[in-house]
Design a protein around this ligand. Structure first.
Ligand code: ADP
Ligand code: MG
Length: 285
């Protein structure tokens, strides 16, 4: 099971958008996926069309007693069309948690309660709370963890539970420099507390291909991050707020612009699924 934390020190760079785009690509490809919304703002939960669901707890509550609960009892189906597959003809599908049709895209709801864990800590007991929740889960091939815009307790907990960390950066001076610092913090943290992280990457978001400044910054990112810069850069897209506001997967949104975005997220999902050493010949701008 691949567990990817989508992180950045800065807010508004596109962590949630990248999480939703990857979730949409995974759903379109039929990859059983769980989104864990670790941001107290809970934007991924909103973007996935999930409402408060009686009988399930949000991730902040689950983190308070990770050994006493089963995470799969508290997942909810995303509200996106296509999240629930047709039942297998022989009735022997993977089965949703409720025993209904197998589900492709599930969510552990976020809530402001997660902010209780934002304090910086190096205590294993604190850092392993999410690992304890996720470790017993086998139903999914992919877990996407949408992180808050900080490197405190919650993001570190997410990193400790992950196999991959994907940093999102904009091609601007401060974002490039901040991401470099985040990579260094991640490398230090990995050695001691997150040895399960085998791959770290950076994806550039909100790129304006016609901007000379953006092209310059992309070149700088390539020099600074080397092979860690993923071969897919996500452009600034005019219709994203509309798609996200409607809580739709980009793969189901009509029009050529959405189709191009969907294809890019397919490429990004493919890139993050490949080991770092295989990415070398792939980069292009
Ligand atoms: N590539 C993009 N093109 C257009 N709008 C974008 C893009 N990436 C993010 N946005 C918009 O920017 C805002 C912040 O993005 P978001 O994904 O919420 O960032 P974060 O999760 O890092 O705080 C949102 O309104 C989102 O729709
Ligand atoms: Mg966000």
């Amino acid at each position: 099971m691949q567990i990817i934390s989508i992180s950045s020190l800065k807010g508004g760079v596109g962590k949630t958008s990248v999480t939703l785009g990857l979730a949409s690509a995974a759903q379109a490809q039929g990859i059983p996926t769980l989104v864990v919304d670790m941001d107290p703002h809970a934007d991924a939960t909103t973007g996935l069309g999930v409402r408060q669901d009686a009988g399930t707890e949000d991730v902040g509550t689950l983190l308070s007693h990770p050994r006493r609960v089963s995470l799969t009892d508290h997942v909810v189906a995303s509200g996106w069309t296509g999240s629930t597959a047709a039942p297998a003809a022989d009735g022997d599908g993977a089965g949703g948690p409720d025993g209904g049709a197998p589900r492709i895209l599930d969510v552990v709801r976020g809530s402001s309660r997660t902010s209780l864990y934002e304090r910086p800590t190096t205590r294993q007991r604190e850092l392993r709370r999410l690992t304890q929740l996720v470790e017993p889960v086998t139903r999914y091939a992919l877990v996407l963890i949408d992180c808050p815009p900080a490197l405190n307790g919650v993001t570190r907990m997410a990193w400790a539970a992950s196999t991959d960390v994907l940093l999102v950066a904009e091609p601007s001076l401060f974002s490039v420099a901040g991401t470099e610092r985040t990579l260094r913090a991640l490398d230090l943290f990995r050695k001691e507390y997150a040895q399960g992280v085998t791959s770290t990457g950076v994806v550039a978001n909100r790129v304006r291909p016609a901007s000379v400044e953006h092209q310059f910054r992309l070149g700088e990112m390539e020099r600074m991050y080397g092979d860690r810069l993923l071969p897919v850069a996500i452009p600034e897209q005019g219709n994203w707020q509309q798609i996200q506001g409607a809580a739709w997967p980009v793969h189901a949104w009509p029009g050529e612009m959405a189709a191009q975005s969907a294809a890019l997220f397919d490429e990004l999902l493919y890139a993050v699924q490949r080991p770092l050493k295989d990415r070398r010949s792939q980069r292009r701008h």
